[in-house]
Design a protein around this ligand. Structure first.
Ligand code: ADP
Ligand code: MG
Length: 611
């Protein structure tokens, strides 16, 4: 074990663990008691010691101010993303600006500020220590994690001294652990019910390559909720009010509730016992499995609705799913297994421990990457479209949502004004057509373009999303060779709810957006037509008859009025009319020089933003 060089790590919201491959077999790292799961908890003590794992979990409610849990929820997020989380976190969370202008969260604990990356690194360090300090790792993240959340996870690994070989999606890792890649092809549903979160992912497998087709979930649905339901029942029984802060009682209740819940996964009845001798508190109640099932039924129902949504996104029905994989400690509950089996109409895979499969799959992926045995690709998709702002506040998508990573997209642009020597590209993420409805990710400045007339420069903008889902944008002006590149470190991440909302909105507003976009495009075209006509008139206006010139003036007035209106068809007509009356002028100026000039024209004009 001490010679382990590479491991797979499941960095979970409630539990984390590592696994490795030995003699071709994946195995989890266990302590001397055979325990693999390390609670993702950290506690800070007055003497400066920091504990990670079960010792820290034991203090979570007793000394909440010095205990950290669920830090995964803060990874790659900003304050605005965290409205819901903040009320559940007993610590002060602040946002600080870095030297390069990014916003970074800090958690104030035990008189010091830590970033979520540093705190996750403490958990990773403990996981790593137990595995005998390997130097390399594959770390898993939920499929819905965005760029900045993946980046933050990678950073946490680095802080923990790990060379992070790859960030892999949890459902993909689970499918790998079951060796489903050997099937060659098929559709796999991964149902992951953990401590605090739920998600369902639909994967497709083709020629041994996995692709995430869709993922849906609920970031507030998991085993903790089941514990809370039991706690509530008991509190009602005891006549205590849980909202009154009584950390000691809460701690005991929660531990007892979790034990009872786990016992009910094996037995038909289980006792819930709370003993606090110092308070002369002795409480016992027996819960039956069916009683417990009734309590959690609405929550399981909700999870199945999310499965339905994921299937709908993937345009599949339950019967088209070939394999169902259960992930997460809460899928040990027999009722969950039964309901999921009924929903998909087939028996789910449960041969491996559901709270270990993700780590096992990560270990297999790590082994593949380091041994070079098989060149297996794990393909994932870009969750939201990526693009840049073009003239008029329109987002031109360069990589579309659900493109398989690594994904690459190139589009050629040009400038709208003369002598533009620098271009500022604004990069956006989202499904809507206009920048105001998408999320701003960052900018890229391309400088050093020699002065040229408008429409002369040819700027190739390349977007590349790598295996980890990280975006690099390159801009190159082809005539001069001027080039600039940026790796996007989004100022903050998106919540999954936001992603889902953005996707829903894009469907809901598709028609309206289309009209808005078309209007902007036509306005741009009309303005460019007017500009070009003025240029033409200055060059060759004297070769027109007075009637031809008058007709242009009148048509221009009509066109300007149409630009100001919101009437799409009136604008289209005015543009056509303007083209008609300027036709004689266009014919005159279509000499060889102009033709030559036109040969280099790229079709899309960038927002004229000189810097
Ligand atoms: P994570 O949320 O970090 O992915 P896990 O997948 O390890 O965490 O799931 C942890 C949850 O599983 C906890 O709520 C725990 O109480 C629950 N759990 C573990 N074992 C059982 C069991 N036998 N029966 C019911 N719930 C269980
Ligand atoms: Mg998990």
């Amino acid at each position: 074990m001490n010679s382990l060089q590479v491991v797979g790590i499941d960095l979970g919201t409630t539990y984390s663990l590592a696994a490795y491959v030995e003699n071709g077999r994946a195995m989890v790292v266990r302590d001397t008691h055979g325990v693999a799961l390390i609670p993702s908890c950290i506690s800070f003590h007055e003497d400066g010691t920091v504990l990670v794992g079960s010792a820290a979990k034991a203090r979570a409610l007793l000394d909440p101010e010095h205990t950290i849990f669920s830090i995964k929820r803060l990874m790659g997020r900003n304050l605005a993303d965290l409205k819901k989380e903040l009320e559940l976190i007993p610590h002060q969370i602040v946002e600080r600006e870095t030297a390069d202008g990014r916003k970074v969260l800090h958690v104030n604990i035990a008189g010091r500020e830590y970033t979520p990356e540093e705190l996750s690194a403490m958990i990773l360090k403990e996981v790593r220590r137990r595995a005998g300090n390997p130097s390399k790792a594959v770390i898993t993240v939920p499929a819905y994690f965005d760029d900045s959340q993946r980046q933050a996870t990678r950073d946490a690994g680095r802080i923990a001294g790990l060379d992070v070989l790859r960030i892999v999606n949890e459902p993909t890792a689970a499918a790998l652990a079951y060796g489903l890649d050997r099937r060659g092809q098929g559709i796999i549903a991964v149902y992951d019910l953990g401590g605090g979160t739920f998600d369902c992912s639909i994967l497709s497998l083709s020629e041994g390559v996995f692709k995430v087709l869709a993922t849906h979930g609920d970031t507030y649905l998991g085993g903790d909720d089941f514990d809370r339901l039991l706690m509530k029942a008991v509190a009602a029984d005891m006549g205590v009010d849980l909202s009154h802060k009584d950390p000691e009682l809460l701690q005991h209740l929660r531990d007892a509730a979790e034990r009872t819940k786990i016992a009910l996964s094996l037995a038909e009845n289980a006792e819930l016992k709370v003993e606090i001798p110092t308070r002369a508190l002795h409480y016992t109640r027996t819960f039956s499995r069916s009683e417990f099932e009734q309590m959690i039924q609405p929550l399981i129902e909700r999870s199945l609705e999310r499965c339905q949504s994921a299937l709908r996104d993937a345009q599949l029905t339950p019967s088209q799913v070939d394999e169902v994989v259960l992930v997460g400690g809460s899928t040990r509950i027999p009722y969950v297994r039964r309901r999921v089996g009924e929903f998909f109409g087939k028996t789910p895979h449960t041969e491996l421990n559901p709270d270990e499969v993700v780590a096992l799959g990560a270990a297999i992926q790590a082994d593949i990457l380091t041994s070079g045995r098989r060149d297996m690709l794990l393909l994932d998709v870009v969750p939201l479209s990526l693009g840049i702002e073009t003239l008029g506040g329109v987002v031109d998508k360069i990589i579309h949502r659900n493109s398989t990573v690594p994904a690459r997209g190139v589009t050629r642009y040009t400038t709208a004004v003369d002598n533009q020597t620098a271009i500022l590209l604004n990069i956006y993420q989202g499904e809507r057509e206009l920048t105001k409805d998408c999320r701003f990710l960052g900018t890229l400045k391309l400088a050093g373009i020699p002065p040229m007339p408008a429409q002369f420069p040819q700027v190739d903008v390349t977007f590349l999303v790598n295996h980890d889902g990280i975006l690099t944008v390159t801009a190159k002006e082809q005539r001069s060779g001027a080039e600039a590149q940026v790796t996007i470190q989004p100022a903050h991440g998106l919540t999954r709810e936001e992603i889902e909302k953005l996707v829903e909105q894009s469907i809901e507003y598709a028609q309206q957006d289309f009209t808005a976009r078309r209007l902007i495009e036509l306005r741009n075209k009309a303005e460019a037509d007017i500009r070009h006509t003025h240029k033409g008139l200055a060059e060759a206006g004297d070769q027109l008859t007075p009637q031809q010139r008058d007709a242009i003036v009148t048509a221009e007035e009509e066109l300007r009025a149409a630009i100001r209106s919101d009437d799409l068809s009136a604008l289209q007509q005015a543009i056509d009319r303007f083209a008609q009356v300027t036709n004689p002028l266009a014919t005159i100026i279509m000499n060889e020089v102009i033709k030559k000039r036109l040969s280099g024209i790229a079709e899309r004009e960038l927002k004229p933003e000189n810097i």
